[in-house]
Design a protein around this ligand. Structure first.
Ligand SMILES: [Cu+2]
Length: 164
């Protein structure tokens, strides 16, 4: 993409950001993988408000994020439900290893008030084939991005995430 003036370059950045976000929801490779696109690095890592951007998806039975590390501070999660049923997305601060938060047999999910577990915030259950966003200010530490609907965590809906 060729841009001739500084002013139009500024405008294009905004446009590309939106375009990339939309494209990345459909495909994680998206436009950020093109090494010839000098604007894409910024657009894939930073949301329009300057927060760190994490493009993620949930589905049966996994959680995928396009990056697993962000700097401490404002972070925006843009999360698509690519599954066939409702899911939720919990940003959980914990030192348990990925997938190792103890499940309660009775409920087949873990206690969100359990020791060593802090659910920082969440996107509550939302419809398949739609995208939601969540912006948080994150402190350094170990996290998991996960779904804690009955049996979903145990079935694999979690991924490790680090804030540095
Ligand atoms: Cu789920």
């Amino acid at each position: 993409m060729r841009v001739d003036s500084d002013r139009s370059r500024g405008n294009m950045k905004v446009l590309v950001r939106v375009t990339c976000a939309a494209a990345l929801v459909m495909s994680f490779a998206g436009c950020a993988e093109d090494p010839n696109d000098t604007m894409s690095a910024t657009s894939s890592e930073t949301a329009a408000d300057g927060s760190s951007l994490v493009i993620a998806s949930v589905q049966e039975w996994k959680v995928i994020a396009n990056r697993n590390t962000v700097p401490a501070g404002p972070t925006t999660f843009l999360v698509s439900n690519m599954g066939t049923i409702k899911h939720e997305f919990l940003v959980t601060k914990t030192d348990f290893a990925d997938g190792k938060i103890p499940i309660e047999p009775k409920t087949n999910r873990f206690s969100e008030e359990g020791e060593g577990i802090e659910v920082v915030n969440e996107i509550p259950e939302w419809e398949q084939k739609t995208t939601e966003s969540l912006t948080l200010t994150l402190l350094p530490g170990n996290y998991e991005l996960l779904c804690n609907i009955e049996a979903h965590y145990a079935n694999g809906m979690h991924t490790a995430f680090t804030v540095k």
